[in-house]
Design a protein around this ligand. Sequence first.
Ligand code: SAM
Length: 220
Amino acid sequence: MRIQVDLSKELQDYVTASSLREPQILAELREYTSALPLHLLQISPEQGQFLRVLVSALRVRKAVEIGVFTGYSLLCTALALPPTGTVVACEISEEWAAIAIDHCKRAGVADRVDVRVGDARVTLDALLAEPGARGSFDFVFIDADKENYEAYYEAGLELLRPGGLVLVDNVLWKGAVIDDEAQDDETRALRAFNAKVRDDDRVDLSMLPFADGLTFALKR
Ligand SMILES: C[S@@+](CC[C@H](N)C(=O)[O-])C[C@H]1O[C@@H](n2cnc3c(N)ncnc32)[C@H](O)[C@@H]1O
């Protein structure tokens, strides 16, 4: 028999009360973002803390983030990097990138952050063409437009060193991946992406049913 806790709202509140430690600057960014109409794009503070622990535990020095929004996950990564660490962050919206940069400055970690505004596929191609970039990154976080996850994953694998990790958000898409009625482009792309990674022998794999589903793909 499998032990699987049914996560009620009360139990989720208990998890938060028992574990969440959110630095003031992240709380301020979350507060700022909560007033925006698209605030639900932001990862949760619990996910952010998970990201900080992960980046720290893996001793990441060079990271890539695809999908910045107002910068919550970016700031989590930047705070967990060592002082000489860097994160290349891809975001298509100049307005959101500016908010993210502003908060990284206020947190004193702007020198770890290299925000590149534009379509992430173009940004990643340019990054791959930079001398020494290929195979040099430790960590890639994918959290942008779902239709391009496959392209981001492929670019991420090329940028990573062997043993580097791709972390992919929203792979369960609030359960839509198992709903036959859900045939929109994003859901179909995520189904195809999940099937591709499942069969990809270039990586070791784990899909975690945490938040909206997180896939870990460790480059062999
Ligand atoms: C889910 S949000 C990211 C949330 C962010 N990780 C956080 O913690 O707040 C997705 C972001 O991807 C950006 N995006 C969408 N399509 C993109 C593209 N083709 N290239 C770069 N960024 C893109 C959106 O503008 C949006 O800010």
